[in-house]
Design a protein around this ligand. Structure first.
Ligand code: ADP
Length: 500
């Protein structure tokens, strides 16, 4: 038997999953790591901890599979995106804490960049992104400016920048390879979607020296081998993609018009738009889905909507508000009431992403009365996840011009049946959950497995995709629209709260 190892480096935990040729999960290992919130709006990780947990779970998953290390034919990597790491090329040590995608510290700088409307339009056209603190560019600029000596050292070629994929490749290859793939690069504000390369004008604008940047390599293809000392054998690293693009691949959304939504820390909806980038007219992002493997899946572009707080809202109920002890408990608590009693929770704890793009919005709970209980709040939290996704879906439908017939779902919170029913109700189209909800890791495994001939083509992968459950919409259209309109009123109340 032969296997593919997928490394899934997430925002709150590092996971490793071993897949067999039928794309079945053979073994899993997972370890959480620390989140740092040093100031309001700041979120940091320790990149050393990211590497240590990722290496640890990879070894654990390989061991649990019972297979000899030589039975592993490829490694695929998928990762939390945009999170920015800057390290010393000589020592391999980070020079500062990693700035996580949720971090808002560069919101004022983004205001400044948006101030020049013409430059802003050019950035948007080249990158497919909106100017927001979410993306790596201003985070990297911040590190180069604030870490003593960093800018001079970066210009001298002593420092390396990477998103988490690059950091892991660096560590896996013992510092031999500094690379990223287009799906990750397209989240930096530094990468030109049309030329598929770093862009000198963007680099100049954000004052980023080219010497810090990784090489851009295909998402599917052998890019290096791991250091033999790490796993006992040198394994080919053959897949590399940001988590949301990997999940889109793992959901077999290979044809234009197919879309998926992942319910993890945040919610990320991606729709395949085919082989050319499509500019959004509704504040969605244009992004590279994946590059390679050769054949019909050569390069795919996607439209994306990003919701910053989804499952993390449930974490906040658990850890911040302490009204539940575990995330799955939210379902039974929310089911204690039939509705929220007109209470809305706008989870703008880290600003708002698509379609509002407001870095200064903050969490808001509106509509409470003396009768409001923690069950209402829990239900409002679940509704908020589904309502934010419904806003994204509406934008996507407008951009796509063809009605989306259904939505494929995955991610930790997609196990919540109440939430999935709400989602179908608020979208007005069926929501379909696959049997394998580990689609992010599966996508990374597929990219690696296709590159090494472990799987022959996408058709084989698409055939392996199987539905577990389909949630049909139950709300009358009038009720659905009224609900969405009421939600938008609540969102308006959350906007701009933290604006200086
Ligand atoms: P990530 O990869 O972003 O770390 P996961 O896909 O592992 O996220 O999903 C974990 C998230 O899902 C957490 O934020 C958690 O609060 C949420 N979650 C897990 N189970 C449930 C559930 N049954 N209902 C609602 N949210 C859940």
């Amino acid at each position: 038997m032969e296997y593919v190892l997928a490394l899934d480096q997430g925002t709150t935990s590092s996971r490793a999953i071993v897949f067999d040729r039928e794309a079945r999960v053979v073994s899993v290992a997972q370890r959480e790591f620390r989140q740092f919130f040093p100031q309001p709006g700041w979120v940091e990780h320790d990149a050393r901890e990211i590497w240590a947990t990722q290496h640890g779970v990879a070894l654990e998953a390989m061991e649990r599979s019972g297979a000899d290390p030589s039975a592993f034919v490829a490694v695929g990597i998928t990762n939390q995106r945009e999170t920015t790491v800057l390290w010393d090329r000589r020592t391999g040590q980070p020079v500062a804490p990693a700035i996580v995608w949720q971090d808002r510290r560069t919101a004022p700088r983004c205001d400044q960049l948006r101030g020049d409307a013409r430059a802003a339009a050019r950035i948007q056209r080249k990158t497919g992104l909106v100017i927001d603190a979410y993306f790596s560019g201003t985070k990297l600029e911040w590190l180069l400016d604030r870490v003593p000596g960093a800018r001079a050292r970066a210009e001298a070629g002593e420092l390396a920048f990477g998103t988490v994929d690059s950091w892991l490749v660096w560590k896996l290859t013992g510092g031999r390879v500094h690379a990223t793939d287009p799906s990750n690069a397209s989240r930096t504000l530094l990468f030109n979607l049309h030329t598929q390369d770093w862009d000198d004008e963007l680099l100049a604008l954000l004052r980023i020296p080219r010497a810090v940047l990784p090489d851009v390599v295909p998402s599917s293809g052998v890019l290096a081998h791991t250091e033999a000392s790490l796993f006992g054998v040198a394994l080919p690293i053959a897949g590399l993609a940001g988590d949301q693009q990997a999940a889109t691949f793992g959901q077999a959304c290979f044809a234009p018009g197919m879309a998926k939504n992942t319910y993890g820390t945040g919610c990320f909806m991606l729709m395949n738009t085919g082989t050319v980038p499509v500019a959004s007219r509704n504040k969605l992002l244009t992004t590279v889905g994946w590059q390679g493997p050769p054949g019909p899946h050569r390069t795919a572009y996607c439209l994306e909507g990003s919701v910053f707080m989804a499952g993390a809202t449930v974490q906040w109920l658990r850890d911040g508000l302490q009204v539940i002890q575990s995330a799955p408990e939210v379902e039974s608590l929310a089911a204690q009431v039939d509705d929220t009693g007109d209470v809305y929770l706008v989870p703008a704890f880290a600003g708002l992403g698509t379609p509002d793009w407001d870095g200064y919005a903050r969490g808001t709970l509106v509509g409470m009365t003396r009768g409001t209980t923690r069950a209402h709040v829990a239900r409002a939290a679940l509704e908020a996840i589904a309502l934010q996704s419904a806003d994204v879906f509406a934008a996507m439908t407008r951009d796509a011009r063809i009605p989306l017939k259904e939505l494929r779902v995955d991610g930790g919170a997609s196990r919540n049946n109440l939430l999935m029913q709400m989602q179908a109700d608020f979208l007005g189209v069926p929501v379909v959950r696959p049997q394998v909800t580990e689609t992010t890791a599966l996508g990374a495994a597929c990219l690696a497995g296709l590159a090494t001939g472990f799987w022959s083509d996408g058709a084989q992968l698409a055939a392996q995709w199987q539905a577990d459950r389909r949630f049909e919409p139950r709300l009358a259209e009038g009720e659905r629209l009224a609900k969405l309109a009421r939600w938008r009123e609540a969102v308006e109340r959350a906007k701009g709260w933290a604006r200086p």
